[in-house]
Design a protein around this ligand. Structure first.
Ligand code: E4P
Length: 241
């Protein structure tokens, strides 16, 4: 069966869902719309995460950027609140949700963030609790009804603490409660090994900077091997079509 590039069925998550299998989701960690569009063509975008620093880096209006990203992918697009009190977070979260149905409201792992998470989740919002640096914090986010918990592996590695250890702990804890709906979204990924280790541990989602997605694809032996195959093929004088 030949699948058109634009067909919804062409997306790998279609096959995994319908085969009854769950595969790791790849989110893209950027607010650069052009990058997301290019990666969506590769079927590498199951969702997107942004944060205030990424929005600042894009130099664009946040609401506009989030609306554009939501139109590219049907997957969850995390848009982060910037209020620090629960009332302000709730107001911002409700506003962000109104931009598009696939907005996931991102709140920090603070007391106010957990209160906002509980209320927004009860209203039916997908909530991504971010800036998680301990398994204890991940327990609280699950208790507050978060759809995603975002542990930051790279930032832990930066302070000489094993980021992957935290992923192992959270995955192990959440697995003990099969009805728990909170997904482990590995964030602050700096290189492909973070992704591979996360997949080995069974994390549900990894959010990847575009540069890391490109790194996943590349291997010098692939390039070298292809070059040799094509050179040998040329010598045969044949053509397939
Ligand atoms: C994603 O949700 C996070 O905001 C992001 O992965 C943080 O990455 P950084 O530590 O490289 O800034």
């Amino acid at each position: 069966m030949r699948l058109g590039k634009t067909s919804a069925f062409a997306h790998p998550s279609f096959f995994f869902r319908h085969a009854g299998l769950e595969f790791m989701k790849f989110f893209v960690d950027t607010a650069e719309v052009a990058e997301i569009r290019a990666l969506a063509e590769l079927c590498m975008v199951d969702g997107v995460t942004t944060n205030p620093s990424l929005i600042a880096k894009s130099g664009r209006d946040m609401k506009q950027v989030i609306a554009e990203i939501c139109a590219i992918t049907p997957g969850p697009v995390s848009a982060e609140v910037t209020a620090t009190d629960a009332t302000g977070m709730l107001a911002e979260g409700r506003f962000l949700r109104a931009i598009a149905p696939n907005v996931a409201v991102k709140v920090p792992l603070t007391e106010a963030g957990l209160i906002a998470c509980r209320t927004l989740a009860a209203e039916g919002a997908l909530v991504n609790v971010t800036l998680c640096f301990s398994a204890a914090q991940a327990l609280l986010a699950a208790k507050a009804g978060a759809a995603f918990i975002s542990p930051f592996v790279g930032r832990l590695d930066d302070i000489a603490t094993d980021g992957m250890r935290l992923i192992a702990d959270i995955v192990q804890i959440y697995r003990n409660y099969p009805t728990l709906r909170t997904e482990v979204l590995v964030a602050s990924i700096r290189h492909p090994i973070h992704l591979v280790e996360s997949a080995k541990l069974g994390a549900h989602v990894a959010t990847l900077p575009p540069a890391v997605i490109r790194q996943l694809l590349k291997h010098p032996l692939t390039d070298k091997g292809l070059e040799a195959f094509l050179a040998d093929w040329k010598k045969t004088g044949q053509s397939i079509l």
